[in-house]
Write a protein that binds this ligand. Structure first.
Ligand SMILES: Cc1cc2nc3c(=O)[nH]c(=O)nc-3n(C[C@H](O)[C@H](O)[C@H](O)COP(=O)(O)OP(=O)(O)OC[C@H]3O[C@@H](n4cnc5c(N)ncnc54)[C@H](O)[C@@H]3O)c2cc1C
Length: 333
């Protein structure tokens, strides 16, 4: 493999039922920064069926070029179909870097593509950088249970691959003057896809996406009980936000797992994050430290979250919260 032949940054633009996943736009934002640093093109890779109108959206978020692979067999995600199309293109066009969102689909697709292309993949990265001299990607991710950060490079193989979870990077609104949209002919035979999507059954439960909320009121073990979470919900309602939780509270069964913030939960960056009775373990803060403003309520002034917080309130959360709710209500009126 001649490393010098591999150029450009590619982002897998994941769509489901014609809706782009927000992590793909966030990856375009970070991909733009990296492509500019390397002086190369940023390409979005769009696979699906009847999805070509999404190419313009990708162009509005930083891509120089969009490669559209439209085929009826790509309508629903299959590991075989998507892997084959991406690998065929990567072998032919030789990108230097390929980013994939760490969604359920991305976590399935990324490793398969990496194995097929005989290259390396760093999963769940929280930071990305490049060495301009040689084009090496430096992908940083938490390791050993979040106790240290490991920076991983893949100097001998290309494309260098990384998956990134939603919410880690910010999307940008930037339109390149000469956006290029290329429709490629997809060659897929029936024998290429060994599985068949028979039916899609959607979960009907009503889950608020905490990574989209501007205000989050998050509770930990210090909240004390499931019933006490009602006060967090009340504050969230006053602020027009949502409730989230630490794994401590989730393991107690007080809150559902969809609302977990942290290394094994979601990454959030709201305008205001109110941490109630949360100690601030590194696995938790990894998912919320980029919030614009952090307010912590804890009865222990030495808890790690208090150092991270912009405002630290020392006290019993179940006494502080009713007071905060009353004051916010009064201020609103
Ligand atoms: C591999 C791995 C992955 C993990 N992933 C995650 C993750 O994604 N997210 C996550 O959150 N954790 C994660 N954890 C767990 C993490 O290490 C902590 O155990 C967890 O975050 C602790 O939750 P907590 O802060 O709610 O509880 P605790 O650490 O028990 O803290 C409770 C806090 O509440 C305070 N308190 C108690 N009573 C009151 C009161 N009445 N008023 C005010 N304050 C009070 C205490 O002073 C204390 O600071 C992970 C751990 C591992 C090993």
């Amino acid at each position: 493999m001649n490393i010098a032949d591999f150029k450009g940054v590619w982002v897998f633009a994941e769509q489901r039922e014609g809706e782009l996943q927000k992590v793909s736009l966030e990856l375009l934002g970070e991909g733009r920064r990296i492509a500019d640093e390397l002086g190369v093109e940023l390409t979005a890779l769009l696979l699906g069926h009847n999805i070509s109108d999404l190419a313009e959206t990708l162009g509005n978020h930083g891509a120089d070029k969009v490669i559209v692979c439209d085929h009826k067999d790509l309508e629903h995600y299959t590991t075989d179909g998507y892997t084959k199309v991406i690998c065929d293109l990567a072998k032919e066009r030789k990108p230097g870097i390929l980013f994939v969102g760490a969604t359920f689909i991305g976590r399935d697709l990324g490793p398969r593509v990496a194995a097929r292309l005989e290259t390396g993949l760093t999963a769940d990265c929280t930071q990305l950088a490049v060495e301009v001299e040689n084009g090496d990607l430096l992908a940083t991710r938490p390791a050993f249970g979040g106790n240290l950060m490991a920076t991983i490079a893949c100097p001998d193989h290309r494309p260098q691959m990384a998956t990134v979870r939603p919410g880690v990077f910010s999307k940008i609104d930037e339109r390149k003057p000469n956006l290029e949209i290329e429709n490629v002919e997809v060659k897929l035979a029936d024998s290429d896809i060994r599985t068949k999507v028979v039916e899609i059954v959607k979960e009907t439960k009503d889950v608020v996406d905490i990574s989209e909320a501007n205000f989050l009121v998050a509770g930990g073990r210090g909240v004390g009980s499931k019933e006490n979470f009602d006060k967090l919900q009340e504050l969230a309602d006053v602020l027009g936000g949502a409730v989230a939780a630490s794994r401590g509270a989730i393991d107690k069964g007080w809150v559902e797992r969809d609302y977990q913030v942290g290394q094994t939960g979601k990454t959030v960056r709201p305008n205001i994050y109110i941490a109630c009775g949360i100690s601030g373990a590194i696995q938790h803060t990894a998912g919320m430290q980029e919030s614009d403003m952090i307010i912590a309520i804890n009865k222990d002034e030495t808890a790690p979250i208090m150092k991270l917080a912009d405002y630290a309130i020392v006290g019993d959360v179940n006494k502080v919260l009713p007071e905060m709710i009353a004051q916010f209500k009064a201020a609103k009126n």
